[in-house]
Design a protein around this ligand. Structure first.
Ligand code: 13P
Length: 254
């Protein structure tokens, strides 16, 4: 598939996989996807598996991401993990502001923006998540919600930092529900997000920022979603937990 931007497909393992299970999956992914060069491949295991998964993927085309990090560089923040600590395991990406963290940990756009700045300061690429709930969509508020989240969560980033960031559009109603946005819904939301990015930075910068789609991505719908002009990859939850389904998503996207 000829795309304007290189596709980036990331697996968000969420709170799944012991170290042994994680290592099994990484070995399987290396077998299945070791020859893939057309797509940037990222896996985001839980913190507890980063060390071992890092060693196991070092010699491969699979890059490592974390699922969250602290806005702080270090100190008295019990339970938190800093960007520097992630760098120790060759982590290159970090998911920020996932809707589950916005919902359960009450993360705000302002906090996500501070975390994004902290990530860039350590040369980690943030995957910044946005997305509307079903109630917001049905209430005609989708564009307003997305604009607020984008402006708030990328606030203060320089143009250079913005182009090194990834935005993930994850409609909350499509996460872990089996309901995928239609290709038209995904494309129009992505185009809208890009227009906001263009206003915040400029058009050339907005054209370089990759926007992933997330929400019940599977092998059966990956090709159609990835073929949309403004869909530059996927952030995959459930289907990234098994080598076969993740590998098929990647292969169907090329
Ligand atoms: P599912 O693919 O399980 O719907 O999860 C999407 C997601 O939240 C990825 O971050």
């Amino acid at each position: 598939m000829d795309k304007e931007r290189k596709l980036i497909i990331a697996g968000n393992w969420k709170m799944n996989k012991t170290v042994a299970e994680a290592l099994d999956l990484v070995q399987g992914l290396k077998r299945e996807l070791g020859a893939i060069k057309e797509v940037d491949l990222v896996i985001c295991p839980p913190f507890t598996a980063l060390s071992e998964v890092s060693k196991a993927s070092l010699d491969s085309n699979i890059r490592l991401g974390a699922q969250n990090m602290s806005e702080h560089g270090g100190g008295a923040y019990t339970g938190e993990v800093s960007a520097l600590m992630l760098k120790e395991f060759s982590v290159k990406y970090v998911i920020l502001g996932h809707s589950e963290r916005r919902q359960y940990q009450k993360e705000s756009d302002a906090l996500v923006a501070r975390k994004a700045a902290a990530a860039h300061a350590m040369e980690l690429k943030p995957i910044i998540c946005v997305g509307e709930t079903l109630q917001e969509r049905e209430g005609g508020l989708m564009e307003k919600v997305l604009e607020t989240q984008i402006r708030g969560s990328l606030a203060g980033l320089s143009k250079e930092q913005a182009v090194e960031s990834i935005v993930a559009y994850e409609p909350v109603w499509a996460i872990d529900t089996g309901k995928t946005a239609s290709t038209e819904q995904a494309q129009s939301a992505h185009a809208f997000i890009r227009s906001i990015l263009s206003g915040m930075f400029d058009e050339p910068a907005a054209k370089r920022i990759r926007i992933q789609y997330g929400g019940s991505v599977k092998a059966a719908n990956a090709r159609e979603l990835m073929s949309q002009a403004d869909v530059d990859g996927a952030l995959v939850g459930g289907a990234s937990l098994e080598e076969r389904s993740f590998a098929d998503i990647v292969k169907n996207s090329i």
